[in-house]
Design a protein around this ligand. Structure first.
Ligand SMILES: [Zn+2]
Length: 120
């Protein structure tokens, strides 16, 4: 066979895509935080407090997703997929997540590959 998608690969990519979307909670949280800073001048009441709580929750969720993403393993070589991929730019990554690495930094498996391109 060898042409059928490998369920193990499909599952790994799905997990990485979901996690990558969750990582967006962090930049959204920063925007909410900035919004909360100006809200008291614009809107009466305590809406800014609710926005701060939402911002804190978003940033915390994003940081947790960042940490979990670091430990996701490549379905082929089983090493940490996001490590050593050469696409990480720490400052930009802190502000907002770039796209997931295009390939495994260890074995070069392209993101989204449905099976081992070298056979198997
Ligand atoms: Zn790999």
């Amino acid at each position: 066979m060898g042409s059928e998608p490998d369920p193990k690969y499909i599952k790994a990519w799905r997990r990485m895509r979901v996690l990558h979307r969750v990582r967006w909670a962090k930049p959204v949280g920063f925007v909410l935080l900035a919004l909360a800073a100006v809200l008291p001048d614009v809107v009466e009441g305590h809406l800014w407090q609710a926005v701060i709580v939402a911002a804190g929750g978003g940033i915390a969720l994003g940081v947790v997703a960042d940490c979990v993403a670091e430990f996701l393993r490549c379905p082929r070589c089983l090493r940490r997929y996001w490590w050593g991929s050469g696409t990480n730019q720490p400052v930009l990554e802190f502000l907002g997540p770039a796209s997931p690495p295009a390939e495994c930094g260890h074995c070069g498996l392209p993101f989204g590959a449905e099976r081992d391109p070298d056979g198997g």
